[in-house]
Ligand binder design. Structure first.
Ligand SMILES: NC(=O)C1=CN([C@@H]2O[C@H](COP(=O)(O)OP(=O)(O)OC[C@H]3O[C@@H](n4cnc5c(N)ncnc54)[C@H](OP(=O)(O)O)[C@@H]3O)[C@@H](O)[C@H]2O)C=CC1
Ligand SMILES: O=C(O)[C@H](O)COP(=O)(O)O
Length: 582
């Protein structure tokens, strides 16, 4: 099967630039190229013009996208990563960390390199913060939180709305970081930032609504009591929230913790993932520009393996909101007596019944497994909610596999700057891990629907059919563009496989029978079940949670706000019972 790669050969005829299109596209690109001195704007140019610069080899839609990005980018020129409004983040080659309302250099004198997954070369550097710096951050956060808790709710919301606006205004430089740090396709990187702005705004509105209400209880509803006790229950902040997001959504999964924490009156210490740290620092700067009080938000950088334990076990922390892999399980064993919100890995099963709409199922298997869709962020299967195992009834398995293969054949594979469907996975060790799963399946006799192909961190999409439970791929999450298919002979077999997994994040069912779907959904032990669609966290206000090794607690805007508060009761004791209208 021929896979379409922008690295080699010409694109298929229908994707080449026609003379007519070129008449518009080429002059637009050229005119902007000539207008701007290439040395000064080199970094900007490289965002829209990736390494190869192969105009004639690029699909027409990509060239048009580039030209649009190019035109928009011209108006956003002063704000590329580490420049314009973001220039104070950078000193020399190293991005600073954020503490007490200022951008600072670490006294360690050390930095951590961020490797571009596409080039596999260092692209950015961030400070390696010290334990003393973490101690100072915690002290300052505690003080800042006290006065923030006394700030009216509407004012907290106003600042969050301002930060949301700034995030959207500066989406290009933040997206640029995502492209370079985690190889997120350029347009999906922009989507992540815009989605994050929307999340922050929604959170401000939801917070005003749900935190503006409490409960009023009377004592005579409980046996043996008269109505002489009136209870006022309200939600109060927890204190300092430690937020640790993963690499795959360094901005969105950071704000999904920061915004609920802030609206609820908490302060925040953010420890961004190393791959994605620079995008997160830029996002934090938008909160800085919005005018949040000094010390309320801090961002400490460094390797999780070096400062992670010190942060999570710090006595100054009152709540930990973590998203990531098994690290979360280790954290939950070490953390003190503080509320934990843990969103961990998934092995989301997709159960396809005989009566399913096979076209719909195939489209969702591709969209869910490889995240190939205009509605979903495309990220080479690097989503906790990706479809990670297909459990299809034997009688429809051939038809499904054929349709999925036809769609896989049309996927583009290459650099994120080109908006390819499949881009490099985040690190070489991730690629090696994925390869290990693939080789194990091969040795044990699984059928590869495509040839296994890898160049550096770039792995071509691979559907692995006839996977059996003795293969690692049946149980482990590749977090990459490799999707196993297990053929089942009964629905019970599918449910059993799903429930036997260590993970219990999401799952999905394809059937035309809603009654059957409901029964299967009830039987599946996962945090969410999607009926006739691939798993997804969004929309961001939906509850999102995992069972077993997939997590503790529930996310989603409303649940996160509640989780980052504690109920406080004030009881008014009357000398004699008093009954309303009595
Ligand atoms: N359920 C969900 O919502 C989601 C789950 N995931 C899961 O996350 C995994 C991939 O993300 P990935 O970023 O690699 O996950 P990791 O668990 O490796 O890292 C997550 C975060 O934890 C930090 N960290 C590492 N070690 C420690 C430590 N000892 N103490 C505290 N923090 C630490 C990392 O920092 P550093 O980068 O510096 O190491 C990073 O910020 C997959 O398993 C995926 O399923 C991903 C997204 C969403
Ligand atoms: O990190 C992840 O994988 C997300 O939490 C899933 O988000 P999505 O379903 O919106 O991509």
């Amino acid at each position: 099967m021929k896979l379409e790669s922008p690295f080699v050969g010409r694109p298929p005829r229908d994707q080449r630039v026609t003379r007519q299109q070129a008449a518009y596209v080429v002059p637009i690109n050229l005119s902007y190229t000539l207008l701007l001195p290439r040395r000064r704007f080199g970094r900007f140019i490289s965002f829209f013009f990736p390494p190869s610069g192969f105009l004639a080899q690029t699909p027409a839609r990509t060239q048009i996208f580039r030209s649009c990005g190019w035109i928009c980018g011209v108006f956003d020129l002063m704000a590329m990563a580490g420049s314009g409004v973001f220039s104070e983040l950078l000193e020399g080659e190293v991005f600073k960390y954020y503490f007490d309302g200022e951008w600072r250099k670490s006294s360690s004198g050390k930095s951590v390199a961020i490797i571009n997954p596409t080039t596999r070369k260092p692209h950015y550097k961030v400070q390696a913060c010290t334990q003393e710096e973490v101690n100072k951050v915690m002290e300052t956060s505690k003080v800042a939180q006290k006065s923030w808790a006394k700030t009216p709710l509407w004012k907290r919301a106003e600042l969050l709305h301002r930060a949301a606006g700034l995030l959207k205004e500066h989406k290009s430089p933040i997206a640029e970081c995502l492209v370079k740090e985690i190889a997120k396709p350029a347009k999906d990187a922009v989507t992540e930032v815009v989605r994050s702005g929307d999340l922050v705004s929604y959170c401000a509105e939801e917070g005003v609504r749900i935190l503006g209400e409490g409960k009023f209880l009377v004592s005579d509803s409980f046996p043996g009591n008269e109505r002489n006790k009136l209870c006022l229950a309200s939600k109060v902040p927890l204190g300092v929230v430690l937020a640790i997001p993963p690499f795959n959504y360094p901005v969105n999964l950071a704000v999904s913790k920061i915004a609920p924490a802030l609206i609820a009156g908490n302060s925040v210490v953010l420890k961004p993932p190393t791959q994605g740290a620079v995008a997160a620092l830029h996002m934090v700067h938008c909160f800085h520009l919005a005018g949040f009080p000094k010390g309320l938000i801090s961002c400490v950088t460094g390797k999780g393996s070096e400062i992670g334990d010190f942060l999570t076990m710090h006595p100054g922390v009152n709540c930990i909101s973590f998203t990531g892999g098994d690290t979360g399980i280790a954290i939950s064993k070490k953390a003190g007596m503080v509320p934990l919100q843990m969103e961990l890995g998934g092995k989301d099963a997709c159960i396809i019944l005989e009566d399913a709409d096979i076209d719909l199922a195939a489209a969702n298997v591709v969209k869910g497994g490889f995240s190939y869709s205009i509605l979903f962020v495309i990220h080479s299967g690097q989503r906790c909610t990706a479809v990670k195992v297909v459990l299809v009834m034997e009688s429809v398995a051939d038809a499904l596999v054929e349709k999925v293969n036809a769609k896989v054949a049309k996927m583009t594979v290459g650099p994120p700057e080109e908006n390819c469907d499949i881009t490099p996975v985040v690190t070489e060790s991730s690629a090696n891990f994925i390869e290990g799963l693939v080789m194990d399946a091969k040795q044990k006799g699984a059928k590869f629907c495509q040839e296994y192909r890898r160049e550096g961190n770039l792995i071509w999409p691979l559907l692995v059919d006839h996977v059996r439970p003795d293969m690692r791929l049946a149980w482990e999450e590749p977090f990459g563009p490799v999707l196993p298919v297990i053929r089942i002979t009964s629905v019970e077999e599918g449910i059993h496989h799903c429930n036997a997994s260590n993970f219990g994040l999401q799952g999905c069912i394809f059937t035309r029978d809603i009654n059957k779907a409901m029964m299967i959904s009830d039987a599946m032990e996962t945090g969410t079940v999607q009926i006739n669609s691939a798993p997804a966290r969004g929309p961001d206000h939906f509850p999102f949670q995992g069972l077993r090794d997939s997590g503790i607690g529930s996310q989603g805007i409303t649940n996160s706000i509640s989780m980052m508060t504690k109920v406080k009761s004030t009881v008014i004791n009357l000398p004699t019972p008093s009954y309303t209208m009595g």
